[in-house]
Design a protein around this ligand. Structure first.
Ligand SMILES: Nc1ncnc2c1ncn2[C@@H]1O[C@H](COP(=O)(O)OP(=O)(O)O)[C@@H](O)[C@H]1O
Ligand code: SF4
Ligand SMILES: [Mg+2]
Length: 455
């Protein structure tokens, strides 16, 4: 995205002070907040100490966030230790299949979870703890400092009011300006997000706009108060491909105008390329790979990410390649079994994977983290990565013949013995091999995942 970091309408730094409700408190209703004192997700280099204050503090810090939902069948462990830091003007993509905890994470940051949710960990905006604050305090942050864009624009728009009025109300909620000035600002914002004839269109109702245009209106609303953080939760998922690209461009405009940092949530890794600075891949409520976008794309260190990459078209690949979806489904988040939750779907799973859940830990590149027992042995070429989930039997062996093909650093590592999974063998007589050479049945022949995870 554009690297413009100083918004055209930037305020002169008025940060909200914590209200009387300041400090860890109930997460609302039955919720509880237990600060973890910066212990963070096990092994997470993104975890931070919880003592940061004021101006020197990072913009947004999520530290060891856990969210559970009690249900009749047990507690849904929707988020199980998410940590990240967001720097001003940066774009963090949060990627994962449906049900991996992306939306619950963002709703926790915004303080929009139902009162039944059980929360722990920490969410700090410019050093101020948000978790456990009352709705009155949080509503001062929402809109003015943290804005959210949902997949369905009608989540944010009221069908019975004209769009100009709704944007003007968003301005008036945080600024003491004359109504006429708020209306002018609404038209200006509509123009910025690419709505033609903005003054006239401001008088239309949401149903008079197409889906893509409605999402532009919502982006205009998110920009209304020049927020520092915009969380966009699958903003393009409901739109067709050409409109998706336009909405991403509009988000780029929003960032350029406001200087906001963006958390871009998507199930589609393809959306992330060229947009994000950092990627956080989630599986079963946890980050399983975190790193700079190029590193995660070209040197993935977690089989789940490798599977996601193999299931999406690559415009950066010279060859035509077959797309291979990851077989199976994510696990139920109620009573998760011990071990790595990806085990039943992972072509590289070993016995240890069933016994121990690997921590998110730095790989050879310290800012690239992975939660896999064998992350240091993964340095796959694109070709090998695709073969892994295609059942084309990635064999073991450093410096194998296919290693020199693509993948930059990965290929280099393979050639020098860094990668354990190398040769792609023709034929399909046995299951894919594990890092230590054990054959596993192909995913299609493995036992079904207990309790297909709720979506
Ligand atoms: N209010 C709720 N009560 C119970 N379970 C919930 C609730 N909200 C979300 N979940 C569950 O939490 C998990 C994560 O959901 P979500 O964050 O929406 O996933 P996604 O990654 O698709 O955005 C899912 O299993 C979902 O069913
Ligand atoms: S190899 Fe083991 S730890 Fe790594 S992703 Fe597969 S199942 Fe999980
Ligand atoms: Mg979601």
């Amino acid at each position: 995205m554009t690297r413009h970091r100083q918004g055209a309408f930037r305020r002169s730094g008025s940060e909200p002070q914590p209200g009387p409700e300041s400090g860890p408190a109930s997460g609302g209703g039955t919720g509880s907040v237990g600060g973890t004192g910066g212990t963070g997700t096990a092994g997470s280099a993104t975890a931070v100490a919880s003592t940061d204050t004021g101006a020197a503090a990072p913009l947004l810090v999520v530290d060891n966030l856990h969210v559970g939902f009690p249900t009749d069948d047990g507690v849904v462990a929707a988020v199980r230790g998410v940590s990240f830091e967001l720097e001003p003007g940066r774009v963090l993509a949060v990627v994962g299949e449906s049900g991996s905890g992306k939306s619950v994470t963002s709703l926790a940051v915004m303080g929009l979870l139902p009162k039944t949710a059980r929360l722990s960990g920490s969410v700090r905006y410019r050093g101020q703890e948000l978790l456990g604050q009352s709705d009155a305090v949080l509503s001062r942050y929402r809109g003015e400092h943290l804005a959210m864009i949902f997949q369905d624009p009608m989540t944010s728009l009221n069908p019975v009011y004209r769009v100009g009025r709704q944007i003007a109300e968003a301005v008036l909620a945080h600024h003491d300006v004359p109504k006429a000035a708020a209306r002018d600002r609404a038209a200006e914002l509509l123009s910025l997000v690419g709505i033609p004839n903005p003054k006239e269109r401001a008088d239309n109702y949401p149903h008079e706009f197409s889906g893509g245009m409605r999402q532009r209106v919502v982006i205009a609303m998110a920009m209304a108060n020049d927020p520092d953080v915009i969380i966009a939760d699958e903003p393009t998922t409901a739109l067709d491909v050409t409109v998706q690209a336009q909405i991403l461009e509009t988000l780029e405009t929003a960032q350029a105008e406001t200087g906001a940092a963006i958390v871009l949530i998507t199930h589609d890794l393809g959306v992330v390329a060229g947009v994000a600075d950092q990627v956080l891949v989630m599986y079963a409520g946890k980050p399983v790979e975190v790193g700079p976008v190029e590193d995660v794309y070209y040197r993935p260190r977690m089989p789940y990410t490798i599977g996601l990459l193999g299931s999406m078209p690559r415009l950066d690949s010279a060859r035509r390649v077959k797309l291979t979806p990851i077989a199976g489904s994510p696990p139920s988040l109620i009573n998760l079994p011990t071990g790595c939750p990806f085990t039943p779907r992972c072509p590289l799973a070993e016995d240890i994977c069933e016994r121990e859940e690997p921590p998110l830990a730095p790989t050879a590149a310290p800012d690239h983290l992975s939660a896999c027992h064998f992350s240091d042995q993964l340095g796959l070429t694109e070709e090998d990565s695709r073969a892994l989930f295609a059942g084309e039997h990635a064999g073991i062996g450093a410096g194998s013949g296919t290693a020199a093909g693509t993948g930059g650093g990965a290929a280099e590592e393979a050639a020098t013995g860094g990668a354990r999974v190398g040769a792609v063998r023709a034929g399909a007589d046995a299951g894919p091999m594990t890092p230590t050479g054990t054959n596993h049945p192909p995913a299609s022949e493995q036992a079904p995942v207990p309790g297909d995870g709720p979506r």
